[in-house]
Design a protein around this ligand. Structure first.
Ligand SMILES: Nc1nc2c(ncn2[C@@H]2O[C@H](COP(=O)(O)OP(=O)(O)O)[C@@H](O)[C@H]2O)c(=O)[nH]1
Ligand SMILES: [Mg+2]
Length: 487
C-alpha cells in the first residue's frame, strides 16, 4: 500500500486492450487518455479517487507490456523477492523494456495488480507470458476481462485459464458498466488483498454514501427545474403602434429559449454531479410524437394560428380539465417537445385587464381583438399551465439523468451532441401510482402558487425522484415498462 494508506492498484496488460478505459470508468475520470492506437502511453499516469477532498483510492494506468516473453525469460533466470527492482535497474535505459520498467514501478511501490485483457479474442502465447510474470510477482491480483466487442465465444476459456493465476476474475465492460457493477468490482478487489480490505471497505461505504448524495442533489435540481419551468413567463410592454402578432411571436421565441436555458442548466448541473466533462448528450428539442395534444402541428392541422393557439392554450389548463390520470396515461412524455407546442399551450396575452379577460374567455376572440395596435399594452407569454408540462420536464430530466448515471467514463468517441435515444414512453409510464400521485401533488401546488403547499409537497417529490434515480442506477427501472408495483 502507498504511504497515505489509500489502496493503490496498477492496471496492467497488453496495450490497447482497454486498460485506460477501465481506469477511466473505475476512477470516474474522463480525462484519462484513451486512444485507438496501441503504444501511445509511455509512462504511468496516476488517478487518485477523492472523496471529500482526500484520496481514498489510487489507480495507476500503465503503458502495458512491451516485450513480455523476453522479460519472462530474464525474470526466470533471476527469480528472487526483489527481482522486479533488479529488472528495472538492469533495463532502465533499454528501450525494448520501457513498458515493463514503467509497469513494474508501481508494483515495486506496493500497488496491487489489476490485469486487463480483451476476452473477445482467444488467449495467445504472449498473454500467457504476461500472466506468468504477474504470477511470479506474488502480488495480490485480479483479472478483468474487458469484452471489447462483446463476443463471448472465448470468455469461458479465458476465465478458466485466468482462475488458476488470479485471486479474482471478473468480466467488466469498460463501456457499459453500471454503478452497481463498479461497486461489485471493488468488493472483489477487497477479497484479493487482506491488507487493503479494511481501507476498501471504507471506500465502498463512502462511495455508497456519495452515490446517495448525488441522487438526492439531482432530485433537488429536478424539483427546482420543474418549479422554474412551470412559473417561467416573459413579459414585454407593447410599444405604440407595434404589431401584437409580431411581438407575440418574438416573445414566444424568447420564452422557448428561456425554458431551454433553464432545462440545459439543470441538466448540466446533474452532468457535473456525475463527473462528466466530455459527455455530450442532448434531449431532442422537437417532439417526434407529432400528434401530441398540444403539438404545434396538431394545432396547424386544426387550422389554428399562433394567436388562437395562445388563447386556447391558456384556456386548456383550466377548461379542458384534464385530470392527472389523463395527463399521465400512455402519453409519450419523454419525447414531448419542450419548445413550440407547449409554449403555445401556456401562452397568455395579458393586456390591460379588460383585454386580457375578454381574450381569455374564448379562443375566437384571440385573432380579432389583438390585431390592432393598442398603446401601453403588456404582452406576456407563459407560464405554461398545461397539465402535462411538468410531467414532460420531469420525464426529460429522468431520461437525461439516466444517461449521466449510466454513461461509463471510459466510453469515448461518441458523436458530439448526440441526441437522446428515447423510447416512445419515458420513465413516467414506468412509475407506480403512488409515485405519480406524489408528482401530481407537487405539480398541483406549483400551479396554485402557494409557497406553504409547495414546501409541503416538495419533500416527498424530492424523495420520490431520488428513489427513482437510484432504481435507474441499479437497472431496476427502465423506460416504458410499467411497473405499477405500488398499486
Ligand atoms: N467497444 C469497446 N471498445 C473499447 C472498450 N474498452 C476499450 N475500448 C477501445 O479500445 C481502444 C484501446 O483502449 P484503451 O483503454 O486506450 O487501451 P489501453 O491501451 O489498454 O489503455 C480504444 O479505442 C477504446 O475506446 C470496450 O469495453 N468496448
Ligand atoms: Mg492506455
Amino acid at each position: 500500500m502507498s504511504v497515505d494508506l489509500a489502496p493503490s492498484f496498477a492496471i496492467v496488460g497488453h496495450p490497447n486492450e482497454g486498460k485506460s478505459s477501465v481506469v477511466s470508468t473505475l476512477a470516474e475520470d474522463d480525462s484519462v487518455r484513451i486512444t485507438p492506437y496501441p503504444g501511445e502511453t509511455v509512462s504511468c499516469q496516476h488517478f487518485p479517487v477523492l472523496l471529500d477532498g482526500s484520496v481514498v483510492l489510487r489507480f495507476v494506468d500503465t503503458p502495458g507490456f512491451q516485450s513480455p516473453r523476453a522479460t519472462l525469460a530474464w525474470l526466470k533466470e533471476h527469480e528472487a523477492p526483489d527481482m522486479l527492482s533488479a529488472f528495472v535497474r538492469a533495463h532502465e535505459h533499454d528501450s525494448e523494456f520501457r513498458g515493463e520498467c514503467e509497469l513494474f514501478r508501481p508494483l515495486i511501490e506496493g500497488s496491487g495488480i489489476i490485469f486487463v485483457a480483451d476476452a473477445s479474442r482467444p488467449l495467445r502465447p504472449v498473454d500467457r507470458a504476461e500472466i506468468e510474470i504477474l504470477r511470479m510477482t506474488g502480488i495480490p491480483r485480479m483479472a478483468i476481462l474487458n469484452n471489447k466487442d462483446e463476443t463471448t465465444e472465448y470468455l469461458k476459456s479465458w476465465r478458466e485459464e485466468l482462475r488458476k493465476y488470479f485471486n479474482s476474475v471478473r468480466v467488466f465492460n469498460a463501456h457499459r458498466v453500471t454503478y452497481a457493477q463498479r461497486i461489485a468490482l471493488l468488493e472483489s478487489l477487497k477479497g484479493i488483498d487482506q491488507e487493503g480490505e479494511e481501507a476498501l471497505t471504507r471506500v465502498i461505504e463512502a462511495f455508497a454514501l456519495d452515490w446517495q448524495r448525488r441522487m438526492k442533489l439531482s432530485a433537488e435540481i429536478i424539483c427546482d427545474l420543474i418549479r422554474q419551468c412551470t412559473t417561467c413567463r416573459i413579459t414585454k410592454r407593447l410599444p405604440d403602434g407595434a404589431d401584437t402578432r409580431t411581438v407575440l411571436s418574438e416573445l414566444e421565441v424568447l420564452y422557448r429559449q428561456e425554458i431551454s436555458r433553464i432545462e440545459r442548466e439543470a441538466h448540466q448541473a446533474i452532468k457535473k454531479l456525475f463527473k462528466h466533462n466530455i459527455f455530450d448528450y442532448r434531449m431532442p428539442e422537437q417532439s417526434i410524437a407529432a400528434h401530441d395534444l398540444f403539438h404545434r402541428k396538431t394545432w396547424r392541422v386544426l387550422g389554428l394560428g399562433p394567436l388562437q393557439l395562445a388563447a386556447a392554450g391558456a384556456a386548456a389548463g383550466t377548461t379542458i380539465g384534464l385530470g392527472i390520470d389523463a395527463a399521465t396515461a400512455g402519453i409519450s412524455f419523454g419525447v414531448f417537445a419542450l419548445g413550440g407546442s407547449l409554449v403555445g399551450a401556456g401562452s397568455a396575452l395579458v393586456g390591460g385587464k379588460r383585454m386580457a379577460r375578454a381574450r381569455i374567455r374564448g379562443p375566437k376572440i384571440g385573432g380579432v381583438q389583438l390585431s390592432g395596435s393598442i398603446g401601453g399594452m403588456q404582452v406576456e407569454v407563459g407560464p405554461n399551465t398545461a397539465l402535462q408540462f411538468p410531467y414532460v420536464v420531469l420525464d426529460r430530466a429522468l431520461i437525461f439523468s439516466a444517461h449521466a448515471i449510466n454513461w461509463a467514463h471510459g466510453k469515448r468517441g461518441g458523436k458530439k451532441g448526440r441526441e437522446a435515444e428515447v423510447s416512445p414512453k419515458g420513465y413516467i409510464a414506468s412509475l407506480g401510482k403512488n409515485q405519480r400521485d406524489v408528482a401530481g401533488r407537487y405539480f398541483h401546488a406549483l400551479r396554485q402558487g402557494k409557497d406553504d403547499l409547495i414546501q409541503n409537497t416538495r419533500r416527498a417529490m424530492a424523495d420520490m425522484i431520488a428513489e427513482v434515480l437510484s432504481m435507474i442506477s441499479k437497472g431496476e427501472l427502465s423506460q416504458g415498462d410499467p411497473s405499477d408495483q405500488q398499486e
